[in-house]
Design a binder for this molecule. Structure first.
Ligand code: 6PG
Length: 471
């Protein structure tokens, strides 16, 4: 019996995805560059081995799949994907389909999509979120590519995806790189969400003097409320875990330099390129970059001193911190969805924003209860800034005072809260009709005759006389 689908790349994510597909009753051919990996994988698959077709050569792999073929690539993003596509092309027919399931940069997916010709296989890019567990038991899947591709494999992707109230967290979101763009923004939001949680952790640790177990309890309590989410849940668990060797809290022995593979950075770059504000995400990326400069931070502390411990006394409560996080979260999602909307506009993709919020509801790293309300709010009006949806506007009215308090007390006492602070500045700018950019326009006209518009007359290209003392 031939396989219904194939998968190349049996690393952690690829292997788990293949097992998930097999478990959902689809026969799947698998191939890996090193044959031993395929053999071990098959040998360890238990009952699921019956649905796996291990293959030794690429030719054998391709022949094992029913036509028109669908082949998932789960290889490292970048050159490996291009190399794999090139190796496959001569073996495939024009109506076959190559699906890149890695964390590709969506520009590369756009390029690969544009390279599809009448006699080359079709191409689709899917974002898969949820880490190892998700890949194995149900990820969130963000697909981009031709409709025909989704018609061919959508049922498989839906079957293996996470379910929210019975509905699959997998959807076709648009053409070409649309799926990978959404995955990238997902990761940007992931960075900001994680960073804001880390910032309130810092306020609790350094500002309030709470220990890891007390902090864990606070996160645990928040996970019962409006902030209920996977990231709060795991923060509760991370803070509550002791190192078996030393008995110390894990948090106290983990080095504070954060790694990154780059998707958060891409989101920030994309926001800048598309001209759409994503300042909380940008701040989160910058915070990781600063964290990596441990040597400089040591020297900085020696030169300027760090904030003294317990510097906030009890000026800030857990309730304030929870409310600040709520406000920060709404703002960072408003920025993320704003970015997707802008990309959709510029690329002419019709991206279903409420659907995106819905498929993030389960399976992915940023899954949270609040995404229900976001999906609803975006359903009412996908073009409106999420902050202005009545539900979230109400929440922001209730919580921006706490965000302000946390950011202000942080600033006054030397506790860095960069993402929360960026979120607050965004909020304050976006609720101010008369901003300060009139000064920028004056400066631009002064030094470069760039011209400006006037508040009292129509038209563009006005210039100032720029003579001193005429006010
Ligand atoms: C997911 C994650 C995942 C990502 C890791 C690591 O949705 O499952 O976003 O795709 O690769 O979280 O990202 P960084 O190494 O950049 O933190």
């Amino acid at each position: 019996k031939t396989a219904e689908i194939g998968l190349i790349g049996l690393g952690t994510m690829g292997g788990n995805l293949a097992l998930n597909i097999a478990e959902n009753g689809f026969r799947i051919a698998v191939w890996n560059r090193t044959v031993e990996k395929t053999e071990t994988f098959h040998a360890k698959a238990g009952d699921l081995a019956a649905n796996l077709v291990p293959t030794k050569t690429l030719e054998e792999f391709v022949q094992a799949i029913a036509k028109p073929r669908a082949i998932i690539l789960m290889v490292p993003a970048g050159e490996a994907v291009d190399a794999q596509i090139e190796a496959l092309k001569p073996l495939l027919d024009a109506d076959d389909l190559i699906i890149d399931a890695g964390n590709a940069n969506y520009h590369e997916t756009n390029r690969r999509d544009a390279a599809v010709t009448a006699d080359s296989p079709r191409f689709m890019g899917i974002g898969v979120s949820g880490g190892e567990e998700g890949a194995r038991f149900g990820p969130s899947i963000m697909a981009g590519g031709p409709k025909s591709a989704w018609e061919q494999v959508g049922h498989i992707l839906e079957a293996i995806s996470a379910k929210h109230e019975g509905t699959p967290c997998a959807a076709h979101l648009g053409e070409a790189g649309a799926g990978h763009l959404v995955k990238t923004v997902h990761n940007g939001i992931e960075y900001a969400d994680m960073q804001m949680i880390a910032e309130v952790y810092g306020v609790m640790r350094d500002g309030l003097g709470l220990d890891a177990s007390e902090i864990s309890k606070v996160f645990g309590a928040w996970n019962e409320g409006i902030l209920q989410s996977y990231l709060i849940e795991i923060s509760h668990k991370v803070a509550g875990t002791a190192d078996p060797d030393t008995g110390k809290p894990m948090l106290d022995i983990i080095l504070d330099t954060a790694g990154q593979k780059g998707t958060g950075r891409w989101t920030a770059i994309e926001a800048l390129m598309l001209g759409t504000p994503a300042s909380a995400i940008e701040a989160a990326v910058a915070a990781r970059n600063m964290s990596a400069r441990l040597g400089e931070r040591k020297a900085g502390q020696a030169a300027f001193g760090a904030a003294p411990g317990k510097v906030l006394g009890d000026a800030v409560s857990a309730k304030d911190l929870e409310a600040a996080l709520v406000a920060g979260k709404i703002i960072c999602y408003a920025q993320g969805f704003g970015l997707i909307l802008e990309a959709a506009r510029q690329y002419g993709w019709s991206m279903p924003l409420p659907e995106i919020a819905r498929i993030w509801r389960q399976g992915c790293i940023i899954r949270s209860a609040m995404l229900n309300d976001m999906s609803e709010a975006l359903g009412e009006d996908p073009e409106r800034n999420l902050m202005l949806a009545p539900f979230f506007a109400e929440k922001l009215k209730e919580t921006h005072g706490a965000l302000r308090k946390v950011v202000a007390l942080g600033a006054l006492n030397g506790l860095a809260v960069p993402a929360l602070s960026a979120a607050l500045s965004y909020f304050d700018i976006m609720r101010t009709e008369r901003s300060t950019a009139n000064m920028l326009q004056g400066q631009r006209d002064f030094f470069g005759a760039h011209g400006f518009e006037r508040t009292d007359k129509d038209g563009k290209g006005y210039h100032g006389p720029w003579a001193m003392n005429t006010v």
